[in-house]
Design a protein around this ligand. Structure first.
Ligand code: BGC
Length: 731
């Protein structure tokens, strides 16, 4: 008989309790320490096949008893390693831990952000913003499944992903790491990713633990710069920023990384209210929390909250941080040991943190004697994984404008391809690709296709390429203009170079001058221009988009993005991606789709260039017959909604039907609409289908006057396409 979940939990609790009883204070404190690979690394180029310094590893494990290691080797330049090297590294770490006094395994964590970032040749998916554009939870689940398998091939059991922050600040240089501005979409796709990554049991050889990040409020810096303050009221926090983490916890993610910055004047790592009262007491999270990079010491060095590094450790641990990503030395170990000996951090708190860490280690299967890397064969960058990646890239591409059906291009069309994103794989992938910043083009795989290469392959002899401009500087704009003369159409590829974190800070969403100049010069030729945008944020393209015949928004579609874009441009794939964010018209026009009624009094309110959910197809769709099953429901009941969707065009395609809800009168002002459900369906030309949705009491709820979730009696309006229908909730 299969042991029940409770039997299993009890067995794990007993195993952990027994271990705790045998551990010294030093061994316990060590479990709470996470070090960077560089602390045990060997920089001698002759040792690159397994760049571990055994003496340093021995010191880390047997003297400092470290619980965790993170990151890719720093030799020579923090880049992806071969699977063979990874297997040697993780095996060496496993062996060293197995020889320690209590044989407690080390949990190795890695940023596998859109696939196994740091494993050479891995399947690298569209980034989260582009996965969100697919509106396809199944693809997110498959991405999770493939990513888990590809890190486990390297012996890596723990992934610092998914980002569950909500992307409501378009300047923020990590917007693209989120699933966009909507709570329901992000919760759905994040939960699906976790399901695929962990299955029912993440100790299975092809599954791995996930880490929700960055708890909480990190994504909403008021000035748009990374790691700067957010001011989020408790109501807003509960309405917009906590639900995706709740969904991630419900999906079973066992670890959470903490917000590197601060909210309402309290640094994430010092916020007892968030880390303990909300996360543990209210949300019932049972796993462990890990700090972000160096963020405990920063309570002293940066935030001037602690008067000393020692006080910083005390504040963080007492607030609820269980593991410290120190990560470049052992200072946290020395300081916490001292605090514990002085009784300033009670043993109960240390036992609590260590029990959580050990529990996750057991759940991850690390104590199993046969815990080995998964064989690479049939598990790493398989043709099946590549095919799913291509499907994800296809579904991520958003056709935003298509005047006079300029797209798809005729197969015989003569096309001038120009602009800084045309011929770079890095522009398709963004940060966390092979390296942290993802910007080392020379390290990218030689067998993947840029947009230009994919077009050349599909339409040999018809493609002319002139660089035109770089990201920030002009190259040969005059050549691009003269080359345009002999072409039927211009594909103008603009956007952003790769970045993440503070390196991606900008002051303004406008496109750099060189790119604008290239665009203006080409638009002036009178040839039809199709604008392709790649990059992590919605850079302002309004004047260009208004004059261009076509606009394609690619964001960061990953390693298969070049092929996917070429397929869309040449009509071999019918686009169906939809915007997971509002695309602003002006740099400061950042009203989001779920604006409040008060924001629509001014005629300039929600007039983005393209609204949330926008995305065209080469066919057309119409929804009709929106109906609710009952005009009145009792408090606590659910209500069914039906709507028909029809492919009214001449081509097969996929359409995502978005269902929004508005509470028509409430004691706290409510958004004009909020996404509550969506369904993506394939439809042949002329085909129609009835879709059924269920709105639950949770869908009708909001954060009330007393900061508690509440459903209020009264009228609600369901909106799908051009239709709206009301129902009432009665006491
Ligand atoms: C980032 C995290 C990441 C961590 C470990 C930090 O700088 O904020 O998202 O997981 O580094 O690499």
């Amino acid at each position: 008989m299969k042991p029940s979940e409770t039997d299993n939990d009890n067995a794990i609790a007993a195993q952990v309790k027994q271990l705790i009883a045998q551990m010294t204070l030093e061994e316990k404190v060590g479990q709470m320490v996470q070090i960077d690979f560089s602390v045990i690394g060997d920089t001698n180029p002759a040792h690159q096949a397994c760049p571990i310094d055994r003496a340093k590893l021995d010191n880390a494990i047997n003297h400092y008893h470290v619980g965790s290691i993170l990151n890719t080797p720093h030799t020579p330049d923090n880049k992806a390693q071969s699977v063979a090297t990874w297997c040697k590294i993780t095996e060496e770490v496993r062996r060293a831990a197995a020889q320690s006094r209590l044989k407690i395994p080390v949990i190795y964590g890695i940023d596998a952000i859109h696939g196994a970032t740091y494993s050479q040749g891995a399947t690298l998916f569209p980034q989260a913003i582009s996965m969100a554009a697919t509106f396809n939870p199944k693809l997110s689940e498959q991405e999770g499944e493939i990513t888990a398998r590809e890190i486990r091939v390297s012996g890596l059991p723990w992934n610092f992903s998914p980002v569950m922050d909500i992307g409501r600040q378009p300047l923020w240089p990590r917007l693209w790491e989120t699933y966009g501005e909507d709570v329901h979409l992000a919760s759905t796709l994040g939960a699906a990713f976790i399901k695929g990554h962990q299955g029912d049991d993440f100790s299975a050889p092809d599954k791995a633990a996930t880490c929700l990040k960055h708890f909480v409020g990190y994504s909403f810096p008021i000035n748009g710069k990374d790691r700067t303050p957010a001011w989020i009221s408790e109501r807003m926090l509960r309405e917009y920023f906590l639900p995706s983490f709740e969904a991630g916890i419900k999906a079973g993610s066992p670890t959470i990384m903490i917000n590197s910055s601060e909210v309402d004047g309290i640094p994430g790592h010092a916020n007892h209210h968030y880390l303990t009262t909300i996360l543990r007491d209210e949300m019932g999270f049972k796993g462990f929390t890990v700090s972000d990079w160096e963020d405990i010491i920063r309570l002293y060095t940066r935030d001037k909250m602690a008067a000393s590094p020692r006080e910083a450790v005390k504040i963080a641990v007492m607030a609820g941080v269980d593991m410290s990503m120190v990560p470049l030395d052992f200072s946290f170990y020395d300081l916490l040991l001292d605090l514990a000996k002085a009784g300033e951090v009670p043993m109960t708190r240390i036992d609590e943190a260590v029990s959580r860490i050990l529990t996750v280690k057991v759940q991850t299967g690390l104590f199993k004697p046969d815990h080995q890397p998964l064989p690479a064969e049939n598990n790493f960058a398989t043709p099946a994984a590549q095919a799913i990646n291509l499907q994800a890239a296809h579904e991520a591409i958003i056709l935003a404008k298509n005047d006079h059906a300029v797209l798809p291009l005729q197969k015989s069309a003569k096309v001038l391809v120009t602009g800084p994103t045309a011929n770079l794989l890095s522009a398709l992938n963004g940060g966390w690709t092979i390296t942290w910043q993802g910007d080392n083009e020379s390290l990218y795989p030689k067998d993947k296709l840029t947009v230009l290469a994919a077009l050349q392959q599909k339409s040999p002899g018809n493609i002319t390429y002139v660089p035109g401009s770089g990201f920030d500087s002009e190259i040969d704009i005059a050549n691009a203009v003269s080359a345009a003369k002999n072409q039927d159409v211009i594909l103008l590829c603009l956007g952003e170079k790769p970045y993440t974190e503070t390196m991606g800070n900008i002051d303004n969403l406008d496109l750099p001058a060189a790119q604008t100049k290239l665009a203006q010069a080409l638009l002036a030729t009178g040839k039809p221009v199709v604008l392709l945008m790649l990059g992590g944020r919605p850079r302002i393209i309004t004047p260009i988009a208004e004059q261009a015949a076509g606009v394609v928004l690619g964001f960061l579609p990953g390693m298969e993005g070049g092929r996917a874009i070429a397929d869309v441009l040449l009509g071999d794939y019918n686009p169906n991606g939809k915007l997971p964010i509002t695309y602003p018209r002006h740099p400061n026009g950042i009203t989001l789709y779920d604006y409040k009624p008060i924001e629509s009094l001014d005629s300039n309110s929600y007039k983005p260039l393209y609204p949330f959910g926008h995305g065209l197809s080469y066919t057309s769709f119409a929804t009709s017959g929106l109906a609710v099953a009952k005009p009145k429901i009792k408090m606590g009941e659910s209500v069914d909604v039906t709507v028909n969707v029809k492919n009214t065009g001449k081509l097969a395609g996929q359409e995502t039907v978005l269902l929004y809800l508005q509470d028509l009168a409430a004691s706290v002002t409510r958004p004009n609409k909020q996404l509550k459900a969506f369904k993506k369906v394939p439809l042949a030309a002329g085909e129609s289908q009835q879709l059924r949705f269920t709105l639950t009491p949770h869908d009708l709820s909001f954060i009330g006057v007393d900061l508690k979730r509440v459903v209020e009696a009264g009228e609600f309006e369901v909106k799908v396409g051009d239709e709206a229908v009301k129902f009432a909730v009665v006491e």
